[in-house]
Design a protein around this ligand. Structure first.
Ligand SMILES: CC(C)(COP(=O)(O)OP(=O)(O)OC[C@H]1O[C@@H](n2cnc3c(N)ncnc32)[C@H](O)[C@@H]1OP(=O)(O)O)[C@@H](O)C(=O)NCCC(=O)NCCS
Length: 405
């Protein structure tokens, strides 16, 4: 109990009240059916409800994820459904929920927590840092010409739900295994969240379209999109909205986008969660026409700095001592020595000082210590400390999370 706020973990039958505050902001009330569906993803005890005077006024939940980080996959809390009712804002409900949730994540031995933030001002104070970027594309169809081979490689097909269900998870898994920021999906996640297509999820668009690309007879890429059709003056002003598209190789990625960019009868192709190093920059004749808007992607918190730093891989050849500040989870604070072979506590002079939220920003390779220092968010304490830290933490590809959870 803090400031009159009481936070408790919910049992399997208590999920509904914990979800009510966040549903308020979607303009709805959870039903027993909807909460039963969500209960398949939120394990007992992973939802927290905040009460004041006996009434539920806030809630926060977490999925149990396996998240790809450079060189490894780690258990992570996928934080979601966080809210306080509008009648009880700024009375410490979020703070109490974050306290209970991060303590719980720590006790479960999950070294990381990740989330999508509805507002960038909320989570830094709890040790989360923006860890990946996401690109939003709005490409006029007539400007969507591809470079590269004129003839398709392999075969693209529109497939049934059953065929998508059989082929897509393996493709996703192969991409996820080597892309920091992607988490493993369960069978239920595929069925109920990714491939389910109830009318209320169409947001004014048509049915979910499933595209499979096979190369050499093997499934190598897929896309999910919807057509939002509309006509004016006799021609389409509609768009094809790409919900998810990926390939296991350069060929597969290009062939998936060849289909998406070639959908006739639409004015634009839109997508909102593209990786920031997407091949489209070099595949399109006119990448400028994407009018790409870049925003924050996932936010990451190192809940157990030692375990998290110790599990990821590093480039050889450098070592660094980081002086980490962590006011909200003080068990992480102090000096950590990192090199490609070892990570551990250290008494040596530190090279770089930063807050744990900044460590969250560099952990997946999405940002550098030098970038943070340029904004006054990391401090170099010894010569070439930033350069050595960046030499260790650098990765080959930008982290990417293709889905808001
Ligand atoms: C965002 C939200 C959860 C905050 O809950 P709350 O109970 O009012 O937050 P608290 O009273 O615990 O405030 C904690 C701190 O965060 C700050 N804060 C919270 N939300 C903020 C916001 N949107 N902008 C700026 N600061 C914010 C508070 O000022 C306070 O700062 P302090 O610790 O320095 O005093 C609540 O406003 C809400 O439910 N919003 C709509 C749903 C939503 O955005 N959920 C997050 C989904 S990712």
């Amino acid at each position: 109990m803090r400031g009159g706020v009481e936070v408790k973990a919910c049992g399997p039958d208590e999920l509904l009240p914990a979800l009510t505050p966040v549903w308020h902001y979607f303009g709805a009330t959870p039903t027993p059916e909807s909460s039963e569906r969500i209960a398949r993803f939120i394990a007992p005890g992973r939802a927290h409800a905040a009460r004041m005077d006996g009434e539920v006024v806030g809630g926060a939940s977490a999925f149990s994820f396996e998240l790809t980080v450079p060189g490894a996959r780690l258990p992570a809390a996928g934080v979601a459904a966080v809210a306080a009712l509008p009648t009880h804002r700024r009375r410490g409900i979020l703070r109490s929920l974050m306290r209970a949730q991060l303590d719980d994540v720590h006790e479960r031995g999950e070294p990381l927590a990740v989330l999508w933030a509805s507002d960038e001002r909320i989570y830094g104070r709890y040790g989360y840092g923006v860890a990946s970027l996401a690109g939003e594309m709005n490409l006029p169809r007539v400007r969507a010409s591809l470079r590269g081979p004129a003839e398709p490689v392999g075969q693209a097909r529109l497939v049934s739900l059953e065929e998508a269900r059989a082929a897509f998870p393996d493709i996703y898994e192969r991409v996820a295994a080597e892309t920091p920021g992607i988490y493993a999906r369960s069978e239920d996640w595929w069925d109920l969240r990714v491939l389910a297509d109830p009318p209320e999820r169409r947001a004014g668009g048509g049915e979910l379209v499933r595209v499979l690309v096979e190369i050499g007879g093997r499934p190598e890429g897929y896309a999910l999109y919807r057509i939002h059709q509309s006509f004016e003056h006799g021609f389409s002003i509609g768009h094809a909205r790409v919900l998810e598209a990926m390939g296991t190789s350069a060929d597969a990625t290009r062939e998936v986008w060849r289909v998406l960019l070639g959908v006739d009868w639409v004015d634009r192709i839109t997508a909102s969660l593209l990786p920031i190093d997407h091949a489209l920059f070099f595949l399109l004749e006119e990448p400028r026409r994407m009018t790409l808007r870049v925003g924050d992607g996932i936010w990451l918190r190192l809940v157990d700095v030692g375990a998290a730093l110790g599990a990821r891989s590093y480039r050889d050849g450098a070592q660094v001592v980081l002086d980490v500040q962590d006011d909200f989870c003080p068990w992480n604070a102090g000096r950590w020595k990192v090199d490609a072979a070892n990570v551990g506590r250290s008494d040596e002079e530190p090279d770089v000082h930063c807050d744990v939220s900044e460590l969250g920003s560099v952990f997946l390779g999405g940002f550098t210590f030098a970038q943070l220092a340029a904004a006054g968010r990391a401090r170099e304490l010894r010569a070439r400390g930033l350069a050595r830290a960046d030499a260790l933490f650098r990765t080959d590809r930008a982290p990417w999370c293709p889905e808001i959870f």
